[in-house]
Each structure stands twice: as structure tokens, then as C-alpha cells.
Design a protein around this ligand. Structure first.
Ligand code: FE
Length: 222
């Protein structure tokens, strides 16, 4: 069985005061763990039993909604934990900073679009920073939907299901998003994902370099 609950990459209290130990314990230990358990149960004694999580997500997307929901949520949460770090947040650095300037015009414009996407996602879902067609984009997905089974390359994500923030922020999702951007977002992880993609053989010629800026200021104001 290849689908397992990965340990958090930091201690339960490491993201305090922005996300509490109580939130992380419930989110990782109950919600994420339940998605992993459900996905494992659904692939038992099927041809997918030994498959990697990514393959399970991609192969279930069209034909097996329950398995897609559980496996995509297992993958999304593993990606989420790495999208945050203690002492994170603030200005992007390195290649991702240059890509943000090229794609959004400024880091401020990126932040505004990210807040809008994450704040406006109705009901449960996610907001993502992705790379598609040589350009960074922000998108929101509903429920378990994920860019993993698309042409988009996920670089960072924030979980906007209520279980991600309700114990700490109640209905104040925008305060949670502000804390994520200001104190938690892991730009090193985004840089790693960007570098891994740009180094991949299939993308080596077509995907480099990132384009010059366009559509700057496209994002809506807060
Ligand atoms: Fe969650």
C-alpha cells in the first residue's frame, strides 16, 4: 500500500500564533488522516492497490468520484503542509520572485489576486499558485479539485476549507489568508517546485525562459 499519511514537516505548534497546535492536530491528525484512510480502503484489492498517490488521483478523476475525492485530498494536504513553514511569509525571493514580477507585474498585485481567489472561493476548496504555458497563474478549485491532473504545475496552495482555519479565525477567512501570506507561505517550496519543473526534460526547451510581463494589474483590487 503506497498511500500513507506523511508526517508534518514541522512540530504541531510550529506555526503559532498564526495557526494553533489545536488546528494542526485536527487538520493533519483527523482530516488529512481520514482522506488517506478512505483512499487506502477504496484501492484495496484493486489494480491501484500498489499505485503511487499521484497515479491514483489521475486515474480516478474521470471514473471514480469517491476515490478521486479522497486521494486528491490526501495529495492536496501533503502539498499544503509544505506550502507553509515557521517564519515564512512576506516577500518572495529568488526565481519565483522574478516569475511573479513577470506574470503579475508586482508582488503586491500577486497578493491581491491571491487574496481575491482564496477569499472568493465559495464553500470549500483551495487556492493555488501554478505555472501554465510559461506563466504563473492563480486559480481556485472547489472541494477536492486539484491542478495535479491538469497541465498546470502546482507551486503553492492554501486550504480554504473551514476546517483549515475555523478554530483560530472562525468566519474571518480573510484574516487567515493574510496570516498565510504574511507569516506562513513557504517561498522556498515554490522555488523548489519551479526549479524541478524547469529542469524536467520534457519542459527544457518549450518552457524556458519565463515570459516578459503581460497583463500586469489584471487582478481585482481588494
Ligand atoms: Fe484541509
Amino acid at each position: 500500500m503506497s498511500i500513507t499519511l506523511p508526517p508534518l514537516p514541522y512540530a504541531l505548534e510550529a506555526l503559532e500564533p498564526h495557526l494553533s497546535r489545536r488546528t494542526l492536530a485536527a487538520h493533519h491528525g483527523h482530516h488529512h488522516a481520514a482522506y488517506v484512510a478512505k483512499a487506502r480502503a477504496l484501492i484495496q484489492r484493486t489494480p491501484l492497490e500498489a499505485a503511487e498517490l499521484e497515479e491514483v488521483v489521475r486515474s480516478s478523476a474521470q471514473q471514480h468520484k469517491a476515490l478521486f475525492n479522497a486521494s486528491a485530498q490526501a495529495w492536496n494536504h501533503a502539498f499544503l503542509w509544505q506550502s507553509m513553514r515557521p517564519g515564512g511569509g512576506g516577500e518572495a525571493r529568488g526565481a519565483i520572485a522574478e516569475a511573479i514580477e513577470a506574470s503579475f507585474g508586482s508582488q503586491r498585485a500577486f497578493s491581491q489576486q491571491f487574496v481575491t481567489a482564496a477569499g472568493d472561493q465559495f464553500g470549500s476548496g483551495w487556492a493555488w499558485l501554478v505555472l501554465q504555458n510559461n506563466r504563473l497563474q492563480i486559480l481556485a478549485t472547489a472541494n477536492a479539485d486539484t491542478p495535479l491532473n491538469t497541465a498546470q504545475v502546482p507551486l503553492l496552495t492554501i486550504d480554504v476549507w473551514e476546517h483549515a482555519y475555523y478554530l483560530d479565525y472562525q468566519h474571518r477567512r480573510l484574516d487567515y489568508i493574510a496570516a498565510f501570506l504574511g507569516h506562513l507561505i513557504n517561498w522556498d517550496f515554490a522555488n523548489q517546485n519551479l526549479a524541478r519543473h524547469l529542469a524536467a526534460p520534457a519542459s527544457a526547451s518549450a518552457e524556458r525562459p519565463l515570459p516578459a510581463r503581460s497583463r500586469a494589474g489584471e487582478g481585482r483590487a481588494l
